[in-house]
Design a protein around this ligand. Structure first.
Ligand SMILES: Cc1cc2nc3c(=O)[nH]c(=O)nc-3n(C[C@H](O)[C@H](O)[C@H](O)COP(=O)(O)OP(=O)(O)OC[C@H]3O[C@@H](n4cnc5c(N)ncnc54)[C@H](O)[C@@H]3O)c2cc1C
Length: 533
């Protein structure tokens, strides 16, 4: 097939959606020599991909749903991803206290099996079952870096101190943390470095087959006008909007869809001192995590509630806040109250609609469906942050027959920008950065290494003092960093910077954020005078 670049205005692949799946596919495709354009109607990771629990995990509880394929793939993937991005991802230990009141969610395949063979258990989640689950979790997925499961005596271990004394034992296992929205931005950036065109604040309003191509109408961009682009293949990675894109944008009749399940989190003041997470099981069979967050906070989540109408932005309702506080208070000695909450966020899981009975039980696995009634359309349903790279590889495999010159899979082992250092090398990176830039405090240097990895140096340029970095917007955010985010990571507004490229929104005052917005607008409008004020 003739390369798209030879035919003006036509790209090989057009991707709708700048969440993790769209950006992961754009990166993979660009690295295989395809010309790629991606359009995101808002900011990168504006929707679900910035609202996750932020774990690269196998999903321990999905074992109860017999989701062995998904769990195995995700477990193997954790370490592949960790190696490629040791700045934005790191290992975490999870403490799972056990108590005999623990229940299954009614209706999981495991609870049904147990009810049949051991009716006297009446929905209990026994300790041996958790041990079995953790045994599988340790062994299903080729662990090399992450330590395995161990038992904890909560009466003596420091992890028991913040918990009520009725919790006497626990299991401790491994998973990984991931800065979800930075993952998306870095995938987009890497795609762009390989030639992909990344359009943010650009909505795809219509896509129609024209001969061997897709004609795609876009709205937004700098001047808000409609423009039409052509592509040989179209990927619909619209997340919660995937069904709408099929029906309303592409005008295709289809009963494939997603079940929209809202999940909310609360961020509280720091609830305990150590650096491990808790995995709490409730009497209702659900589970929540309590996770050390951004040094001074604790992240608690999540809920599960059907959320049918995407015109209503998901929000953590007062009831969800109460629920999460009450759930955590079952475990912590000091009750968690709504007064402890400093921030909340909420996202909608786009789960492939497999007619499962409850929100919790709907499959977390992804499904790719290829419509080849003319130029190809690949629809992406579901998927987890953890499986985005594998999902992108599968997407390429499905599209390969349409692109005979496509090169092979390449992303396993390829670092994301700034991630080219060893998995255990963060402390050395921080020490090296501070040696080269002595004006950085330890906290500041840590934040920059966690965000930019080996690129922190380039971002700081030849600065010899903090003053060389230009304006100080507060919380160590400087003009130099904001300009970097605008030039390299597609940041357009203060919200993009303080909530998705970083979490400095937790530390900056509304006045500081407003000032940042004013400055960014001025820079974008090209008003050097206003920007310099
Ligand atoms: C509460 C919660 C917790 C989770 N926790 C985890 C976790 O810990 N680990 C994990 O692995 N996974 C987790 N997940 C799952 C994971 O977050 C999602 O599966 C993933 O983010 C989905 O990414 P996506 O790219 O498919 O969708 P999205 O991130 O929603 O991206 C879709 C994008 O498409 C854009 N779009 C839609 N229509 C158009 C259009 N017409 N034109 C242009 N753009 C359009 C949207 O604006 C949106 O940005 C969690 C999900 C939730 C909700």
């Amino acid at each position: 097939m003739e390369s798209a670049s030879e035919q003006q205005g036509v790209c090989d692949l057009f991707v709708i959606g700048g969440g993790i799946n769209g950006c992961g596919i754009a990166r993979d495709a660009a690295g295989r020599g395809l010309s790629v354009t991606l359009a995101e109607m808002d900011d990168l990771a504006q929707a679900t991909s910035s609202a996750s629990t932020k774990l690269f995990h196998g999903g321990l509880r999905y074992l109860e749903y017999f989701e062995f394929r998904l769990v195995r793939e995700a477990l193997i993937e954790r370490e592949t991803l960790l190696r490629a991005m040791p700045h934005i991802s790191w290992p975490m230990r999870f403490v799972l206290p056990w108590h005999e009141d623990m229940r299954f969610e009614a209706g999981t395949p495991t609870s049904r099996v147990l009810e049949t063979v051991m009716p006297w258990m009446r929905g209990r989640r026994p300790a041996w079952l958790i041990r079995l689950g953790l045994f599988l979790y340790d062994r299903l997925g080729g662990r090399e870096i992450l330590p395995g499961t161990k038992r904890l005596d909560l009466e003596t271990a420091p992890e028991g101190a913040p918990l009520k004394p009725r919790f006497k034992r626990a299991y401790e296992y491994s998973d990984c943390w991931i800065e979800d929205s930075r993952l998306v931005a870095l995938n987009a950036r890497h795609a762009a470095e390989m030639g992909a065109e990344i359009l943010t604040r650009t909505k795809v309003v219509s896509a129609r087959r024209e001969g061997d191509f897709w004609a795609i109408t876009l709205e937004g961009g700098a001047d808000g006008r409609q423009v039409t682009r052509h592509a040989r293949a179209l990927v619909n990675a619209g997340g919660p909007w995937v069904g709408r894109v099929i029906r309303d944008v592409a005008g295709i009749e289809s009963d494939e869809g997603v079940r929209l399940v809202r999940g909310s989190h609360v961020v509280t003041r720091k609830l305990y001192e150590h650096d491990k997470c808790y995995f709490f099981q409730g009497r209702d069979g659900r589970i929540i995590f309590a996770i050390p967050y951004e040094t001074d906070f604790t992240l608690i989540g999540t809920t599960d509630a059907d959320h049918d109408d995407m015109s209503q932005p998901p929000e953590c309702t007062p009831e969800e806040q109460e629920y999460l506080c009450a759930f955590a208070s079952e475990y912590f000695v000091r009750p968690v109250t709504r007064e402890d909450i400093v921030w909340t966020y909420s996202g909608v899981r786009p789960l492939y609609d497999d007619a499962a009975t409850s929100a919790t039980a709907a499959t977390r696995d992804y499904v790719l469906s290829l419509d080849e009634a003319g130029a190809p359309l690949l629809n992406v349903f579901g998927g987890k942050i953890t499986t985005y790279r594998r999902l992108a590889e599968s997407a390429m495999a499905r599209l390969a027959p349409h692109f005979p010159s496509l090169t092979g899979a390449w992303t396993a082992g390829a670092p994301l920008p700034g991630g080219d250092f060893p998995v255990d090398g963060v402390e050395a990176q921080i020490a090296g950065l501070r040696a080269d830039f002595p004006f950085l405090t330890e906290r500041w240097a840590r934040r920059l290494v966690r965000a930019y990895g080996t690129e922190a140096r380039e971002m700081l340029g030849g600065a010899e003092a903090a003053g060389d970095l230009g304006r100080d917007f507060g919380a160590t955010l400087t003009e130099r960093e904001v300009r970097w985010l605008m030039a390299r990571e597609f940041a357009r507004t203060a919200e993009d910077v303080v909530w998705r490229r970083s979490k400095l929104g937790l530390r900056m005052t509304p006045k500081q954020v407003a000032e940042l917005q004013r400055w960014m607008s001025a820079v974008r409008a090209g008003s050097a005078t206003a920007a310099a004020e």
